[in-house]
Every structure is written in C-alpha cells, then in structure tokens.
Design a protein around this ligand. Sequence first.
Ligand SMILES: [Zn+2]
Length: 114
Amino acid sequence: MKQPQKPTAKQITEKSEEAMIEGILEGSPDGIGVVVVRLDCGCRKMAAVDKNGDPASKVIMYRDNALTICDQCQKDNGAFARVVAEFIHWVKPAPDEATQRTINAKVLGTHTTH
Ligand SMILES: [Zn+2]
C-alpha cells in the first residue's frame, strides 16, 4: 500500500501561529516569509524576513493563551539550546527553491553549532 506523502509535522503551522504570522506580515510589507521558532517550553519566537533573508521585522516572542512569555524565556530570551523546531513560513506565492534554500541557510544556518 502506498501511503500519501505527509509533510513533516514541524513544518505545518498551527492555527495560533498562523494568526501571529498574519499579524507580523501586516506590519512588515517587505516580508516574504516569517521565521517560526518553537521552544521546548511552548513559547514561540517569530520574525519576518525580506527577499534577501534580512530581518523585516523585530523578533516577536509570545506564548499561547498567556499574557507574557514564561520565566525561562524571560531569563534566557529563548536560548537556541531549547529550540525544538524552526522553519520559515513563506508568503504565497513562495519564492523558488533556490531562493528558499539561500534564505534558509542565511536565517536558520547562522546559529547552528556544526
Ligand atoms: Zn518560554
């Protein structure tokens, strides 16, 4: 039996994230995508990127159903060691694959340790 190819779970934006992404893009006319970073505590970090992979908004941190981010995040500002998933949500139509790769490397590749 052939199973339909499922996208990996971490690349699907959740409903609450989509609302945030829309809000960020509204305030960032140059944004062609939004970097979504999920932390192990449940907080999120997001920021818009422009077509060059440069920041198109300031970094926004939030926590679902909470007025503030958690104590841990207030202390370490969402340390990279606690990141459980990160990806870019592209504005439709998404840029071509080469551009996506370039921006991915620039945005997500810069703070990996290897
Ligand atoms: Zn947190």
